[in-house]
Design a protein around this ligand. Sequence first.
Ligand SMILES: [Zn+2]
Length: 437
Amino acid sequence: MTKVTKVYLISEQIDKDGNKIDFKKISELLWNLQRQTRDIKNKCVQLCWEWLNFSSDYYKKSEEYPKEKDTLGYTLSGFVYDRIKNGSDLYSSNLSTSSRDTCTAFSNYKKEMLNGERSVLSFKANQPLDIHNKAIKLSYENGNFFVALKMLNRAGKEKYGINDDLRFRMQVRDKSVRTILERLMNDEYKVSASKLMYDKKKKLWKLNLCYSFDNHVISTLDPEKIMGVDLGVVYPIMASVNGDYARFSIKGGEIEAFRNRVEARRRSLLNQSRYCGDGRIGHGRKKRTEPAAQIADKIARFRDTTNHKYSRALIDYAIKNGCGTIQMEKLTGITSNAEHFLKEWSYFDLQTKIESKAKEAGIKVVYINPKFTSQRCNKCGYIHTDNRPVQARFCCQKCGYEENADYNASQNIGTKHIDVIIEETLKMQCEPEVPTE
Ligand SMILES: [Zn+2]
């Protein structure tokens, strides 16, 4: 199934020296490409028309139509492309899309054009620009979606003094567009050939982004089917449907590893700048520690992208299992321990993303009190601190149930009214040795 979504674009083009290129200059470039596209499409029509005339003359003489391959050497659209491929500034894949589509349109309307029911195809200057699916690259940085479009061939790049693809920030105003873009970046959806056009009223360029996906049957969500989500230490996410042995887990360490890598680099940069005249010395502390801020930025972007990926995968698991409810513990993102701040904040960010994606999918989010959920046996309900001999394992001291500790916790977290159940259990366990948290 192929669908289309419309997104307005803001130019973020930077020249060779890192200076921003004026939006007007980019617009002029694109208008120029539109005119070139118009000329090329009209040339395609002319070539198709010539072939049609040749073909009907041939028919009159020999009472059969000529075969494209025998006469032209290859198919008509290949023949046409060969004649228009040089001389423009257009990126070759986009150019071939324009040419092929024009040939297809010509052959679809051929009969009507010949019968005079339709005027001969002709194209105006405000042609939408065709963009091949491989010429579109999406990215997400600092809370914004960007798209890089390959629009120019080598000659074009030289002519306009632009090295890279054309880069735009996407104006994402509603959640449904955001969801589509996220799914495209997760490869759940695939980008198809799209079109770029100018909106005269808004004075902005608009991308008609086409995408496709498999039509999978979306199961109806059952609000009584609960998934417990444990945001833990061993696994960043461990989730399971209440009563299911199957589990969803993310091993993680990705963000930590990334941070360690870039921080090692920062330390080495700081050492260098302390001892060497690398240009930053003598410009004050701010200048000297400049890389640190950039690194923090880098880590934040990496975390953002990673957490989007994790939360999307989790919500997909919930949908696949028909869970209408997700239960998890409420994190605040606030901690007095400075050392743990970044890590805690990362979980808080992850939780925020899980919640918003769950809501978009129509899944209810219930926050529970996590107290004792890691010490409670999800099989017999026994609560004891000794049930956790080591951090990673759960071993029930009463019924002997043994499991991965995070999985056991996720089963408890996904139990309906778990707060009340735990409270009752603690009252009933005679002489409760008050478990420590
Ligand atoms: Zn037990």
